[in-house]
Design a protein around this ligand. Structure first.
Ligand code: FES
Length: 576
């Protein structure tokens, strides 16, 4: 961090507004056209507010209002706010999967910041992929940047019981299919499960990634845990706007904050939260944009020493609203002092350690003490073996412990449609000991690596009372999901990974303690199958989809585009 303060003529926006030429005349006259007087912006930091609000994104319903509160803070601190809408990746609605568009948002964020006179930015995101997309783009542009998290929604409600996003959808859907609840019950769940603005309030990808952003130092302390509907969330928005103006004067850029310590702190935090497996893909991509190498082995290494302390669904019992009242992320971090690097810088100019020094935990049932963790370690496990040479991930706390070591015959589905057509067929030769395998659901095959990884349990087994079994795919899984689901198998089947070679009846062995995933078929037979394997045609021939298929990397590399992850800096635009 630097004590030196920038001079107004050193502002990036000075090139647009401050010089005395015809182009600057155009910029000033057009700003006047929008109703601003020269004194509104002259010599002031221009702050881009990248707002992922949309009528189709329920998690960002409050963002129009929050943008006004961010602007209030920017005005108060002597900046000039400019709101710029950015693609709203709406998890429930965007098809085939919002993951297909994460990199498009990252590109949009980077290019908005580059093409316009931004001196600094406020990133407004929260719904799943919006957080990594915005952070990735901002890292590549490397301006002073601060993240304003959407905040979780309030607890869901069903006849007085609290409902959790996603987790309770799967749960009650299984009960409906098993005939244990009625259609009327199901409609009541529908009406009460999402009853307030904000992102999913379980420890899904949204809560995981906004918390990771805070642990990385990118938000004001405590920001990620505040429920969207709480008035303290609006206050946080204003304070965020105030702070970014000073960050510009201090020239505190995003890559000054996100270093190797920050990335490790984010990984450790995700693990202690029992966070979403999606964080693996996103944090690898974020780290690479920051110039930090992060591989899957590092997740496994940190997981072995990190206890899960957040008692939040789907691994635990409570929801994000409870977590906030219990002390929130600052409370949790105060219990991880020996596992995170407290010297890492943050956007408020203080270190992470300084920011949590005074933090307290108010409810030991929600944020568990170190001597009584939800799980002592292994919040996440990275598997390798002949079925996943470059790795796969599983979330041991969210699965039945009896399945940690399991060998069973494969029941293979070649695609999602194949699975949907046959999974509930009473004649399907499947038992509770089978291993369900889905192919064709990776970054290229899905395409976009959809969240199909919590493969459904066949109806006939549900009726027998089976609620968990080993399932394997190259897909991702929603952070709100649970079960013995092996995910992110890499390389994916669509590009000829070994998952493509699995046949019905092959024995598959999962050994979580040994971190192994093996296909128990002899090498000669696998070689025969490989020789006969034919690459499926690409899923898109034009448009963004074609660009995506050409450049997306595999899950172990973060599914970023190869031409965005690394490379020399893009030059500043010419202004003429
Ligand atoms: Fe937006 Fe879950 S749908 S965070």
């Amino acid at each position: 961090m630097t004590a030196r303060r920038k001079k107004p003529e050193e502002l990036r926006s000075h090139r647009w507004y401050g010089v005395d030429d015809m182009r600057s005349f155009g910029h000033r006259s057009r700003t006047a056209q929008m109703g601003f007087h020269r004194t509104d912006y002259a010599g002031k930091p221009v702050i881009a507010i990248l707002n992922t609000w949309s009528d189709i994104n329920p998690c960002h319903t409050h963002f129009r209002q929050r943008a006004e509160e961010v602007k209030r803070g920017i005005w108060q601190a002597g900046g000039f706010p400019v709101e710029m809408p950015a693609m709203s990746l709406s998890e429930p609605f965007q098809k085939p999967t919002s993951m297909l568009y994460r990199n498009l948002l990252a590109m949009e964020a980077e290019e908005l910041l580059r093409a316009y006179p931004a001196d600094g930015c406020v990133l407004m995101g929260g719904c799943d992929k919006t957080t990594p997309g915005l952070v990735m783009g901002a890292l590549s542009m490397n301006l002073p940047s601060i993240f304003m998290p959407a905040g979780p929604m309030l607890r869901g409600d069903f006849r007085g019981q609290s409902l959790g996003s996603g987790s309770d959808t799967w749960k009650y859907w299984a009960e409906l299919r098993a005939g244990n609840i009625t259609q009327e019950d199901w409609r009541e769940v529908e009406a009460g499960i999402a009853r307030a603005p904000g992102h999913c309030m379980t420890m899904g990808t949204a809560s995981t990634m906004t918390s990771a952003a805070e642990a990385m130092g990118l938000t004001l302390p405590g920001a990620a845990s505040i429920p969207a509907a709480d008035s303290r969330h609006a206050q946080m928005a204003t304070l965020t706007g105030k702070r970014i103006v000073d960050m510009v004067w201090e020239d505190l850029k995003i890559r000054d904050v996100v270093d190797a310590r920050a990335i490790d702190n984010a990984v450790t935090t995700v693990l202690a939260l029992g966070g979403s497996t999606n964080a693996v893909v996103h944090l690898v991509a974020i780290a690479r944009r920051a110039g930090v190498r992060l591989d899957l082995a590092r997740f496994d290494e940190l997981a072995r020493r990190t206890p899960v302390l957040a008692n939040i669904r789907p691994s635990g019992k409570y929801l994000m609203e409870d977590f906030f009242y219990a002390g929130g992320l600052r409370g949790l971090l105060s219990r991880l002092a020996d596992l995170v690097d407290g010297r890492a810088p943050t956007v408020n100019g203080r270190t992470l350690g300084e920011n949590v020094a005074e933090a307290r935990v108010w409810n030991d049932e929600v944020i568990l003490p170190r001597e009584r963790p939800l799980v002592a370690g292994d919040g996440l496990a990275v598997l390798t073996g002949n079925l996943a040479p470059r790795g796969a991930v599983i979330k041991p706390p969210a699965m039945e412990a009896r399945l940690h070591k399991h060998t069973g015959p494969a029941v293979v589905f070649a695609s999602y449609d194949d699975m949907a057509a046959r999974i509930d067929d009473p004649a399907l030769p499947v038992t509770a000991g089978s291993v369900i395998v889905l192919q064709g659901a990776g970054p290229q095959g899905g395409p976009g690596m959809p969240e199909w990884g919590q493969l459904p349990i066949p109806k006939k087994l549900l009726k027998e009372g089976v609620r968990d079994m080993v399932r394997i795919s190259d897909a991702r899984m929603s952070g709100t999901s649970y079960g013995a689901c092996v995910l992110h198998v890499t390389p994916e089947s669509h590009v000829g990974g070994p998952l493509a070679l699995v046949r019905d009846g092959d024995l598959v062995s999962l050994d979580v303690p040994a971190r192994r995933l093996e296909l128990l078929v002899d090498a000669a037979e696998l070689a025969r199958r490989r020789a006969a394997w034919q690459a499926p045609p690409p899923r898109y021939d034009r448009g963004f989809g074609a660009l995506y298929l050409k450049h997306v990397t595999q899950a172990d590399e973060g599914c970023d585009f190869d031409f965005l992850a690394d490379g020399p800096p893009t030059p500043e635009p010419e202004i003429h």
